[in-house]
Write a protein that binds this ligand. Structure first.
Ligand code: SF4
Length: 126
């Protein structure tokens, strides 16, 4: 679930082994593995930006403001339906491409809520 929407549904073992939705991929990549060799080799996908308000979620794909796989088309324009992909029900336009590795994670510019002023850095008193 992300902001009240179901983003991926699959049997637990399958979900842990082969996550398809970028939010699931990010969550599972943050879980430490108690094997230093495996842990050193694997990629952790960090989400940027703040969690938007569930009362006023982003349009189209609700995850697009923080998604490390966001694409310039469709993600910001169309709501991704929950559809069957490789045995998972997943709500992502690019699930097949992410699974195939043709869409890769990238840096996402944090999106600030225009109603909330950006934080101002104030140096500590000397
Ligand atoms: S539809 Fe786009 S923004 Fe939404 S999860 Fe998929 S890649 Fe990310």
């Amino acid at each position: 679930m992300y902001l009240g929407s179901l983003v991926e549904l699959a049997p637990a073992d399958e979900l842990y082994e082969n996550p398809l939705h970028p939010y699931t991929i990010s969550l599972l990549s943050a879980i430490p593995i108690p094997d230093p060799v495996v842990e050193r080799e694997r990629e952790t996908i960090l989400l940027s930006g703040d969690l938007p308000s569930p009362a006023n979620p982003p349009p189209a794909c609700r995850f697009h403001t923080r998604c490390p796989y966001v694409q310039p088309t469709r993600c910001r324009d169309d709501v991704p339906p929950l559809r069957l992909v490789h045995g998972h029900h997943v709500a992502c336009h690019w699930a097949e491409e992410i699974k195939a590795g043709t869409v890769r994670p990238h840096e996402v510019e944090p999106v600030f809520d225009p109603g909330i002023p950006e934080p101002v850095y104030e140096p500590p008193p000397v």
